[in-house]
Design a protein around this ligand. Structure first.
Ligand code: GMT
Length: 376
């Protein structure tokens, strides 16, 4: 198949899922055409079957805001015709599904371009549900030729908010060879030079991830006498708030900000416990990636997270903001090596048996085939 994929190239889980899906499809013999404003971060190498088409935007003094949605639609239509795309798969509904529908309509006299939208989370639960975007998001979903969501939770949320239920659940996935434990890596000594335990948090530091809670948890863990460092992987708007809280709690020396990283697995592979105290999480890709690296996850019981973490078996779940319980769970795991290792082994087993690329990518391909078979 010739498949067009659009993602947000530099920010968030939807971009990661879309980029890795493209790479996996190419490995299975499909031609993949990424159409976005820049090369997606996880797509460091292009080659053979993977192509990139940059959305170009003309600036004009009249435009207070550049009309990216229209430039994207134009590029989608142009690429679809030039490359004879079989379908266009967009990740994150806003505005990608709207651009895709515009593109489909604008070229329909030449070819019919089926549009598949994958819902990832805040495009439904936060941004899409806001009154300023709700009607247009509903339109984008209804007009798509096929819709997938990354968890049962997100499908239910879409039914409730948008009264739309023709949704296939296809969860996030990991490649088991890329995500694995590597406790003897020199990175471990770098991050914990005095043999401290390593807590890790991976996100885009948005308020919805509650990254400041990680510092609260660390402070409580240190107070109880544990020796631990917190490694913060990523960057984003809450960066200063996290730093400030760490300073107030006098734990700055134990917090290491390593910025955005292309290979998250390097950091997860040496960590002891992963923290995901999010306010909202439709799936929790970070939790899946940690579990694949045999790292137990201490997380909030929100959205699709209970579909990914088995409470008391591969991690521990708590109410949002309950840093007291979260720190107690971290201490349990740090002080009981046998338990921590057992949770790790179970986590990897779960990640591979339910969410490996081998299991999930064929579900996307089957879905594409179903949509193509019912093409008008
Ligand atoms: O919140 C983010 O990190 C970004 C957001 C996105 O759509 O880019 O992530 C969502 O998609 C991920 C991949 O499907 C899910 O694993 C995350 O749970 C989800 N984030 C939220 O729902 C907050």
């Amino acid at each position: 198949m010739n498949i067009g994929i659009t993602v947000y190239p530099s920010y968030g889980g939807s971009g990661i899922v879309g980029s890795e899906l493209g790479r996996e499809l190419a490995l299975r013999g499909h031609n993949v055409h990424f159409i976005s404003s820049s090369l997606p971060t996880r797509l460091t190498e292009l080659g053979g079957r993977v192509h990139f088409h940059e959305v170009e935007m003309m600036s004009y003094p009249l435009f207070e805001h550049q009309p990216y949605t229209l430039a994207l639609a134009t590029k989608m239509g142009t690429v679809a015709r030039a490359e004879n795309l079989d379908l266009l798969h967009v990740h994150y509904a806003i505005p990608h599904s709207i651009s895709a529908i515009l593109a489909r309509e604008s070229i329909k006299n030449h070819l019919y371009l089926p549009v598949i939208t994958t819902l990832h989370g805040t495009d439904i639960t936060l941004v899409g549900a806001d009154r300023s975007y709700l009607p247009i998001t509903r339109y984008g979903i209804q007009q798509s030729d096929g819709v997938t969501a990354v968890s049962k939770f997100l499908k239910q949320a879409t039914i409730e908010t948008f009264d739309f239920d023709e949704i296939e659940v296809i969860p996030n996935f990991i490649c088991p060879d890329e995500y694995r434990r590597d406790a003897d890596s020199p990175l471990r000594t770098e991050l914990a030079p005095k043999g401290e335990k390593i807590l890790v948090h991976v996100s885009n530091f948005r308020a919805v991830k509650r990254p400041v809670d990680c510092v609260e948890i660390l402070a409580k863990v240190l107070q109880k006498g544990a020796r631990a460092n917190l490694v913060m992987v990523g960057d984003g708007p809450e960066y200063s708030a996290i730093k400030h809280r760490a300073k107030l709690l006098k734990v700055s020396d134990n917090v290491n900000f390593v910025g955005k990283q292309a290979k998250i697995a390097d950091y997860l592979g040496v960590a002891d416990v992963s923290l995901l105290p999010s306010e909202l999480e439709s799936f929790g890709l970070a939790a899946l990636e940690a579990q694949a690296c045999e790292v137990p996850v201490v997380a909030s019981r929100v959205g699709g997270v209970p579909e990914v973490i088995n409470d008391g078996e591969t991690g521990f779940l708590s109410d949002i903001g309950d840093t007291e319980k979260m720190s107690a769970d971290v201490l349990k795991l740090l002080s009981d090596e046998k338990m921590r290792l057992a949770f790790g082994v179970k986590g990897r087993e779960l990640a591979i048996s339910r969410y490996s690329t081998e299991k999930i990518i064929p579900q996307y391909i089957k879905f594409y085939e179903k949509i193509l078979a019912s093409k008008p």
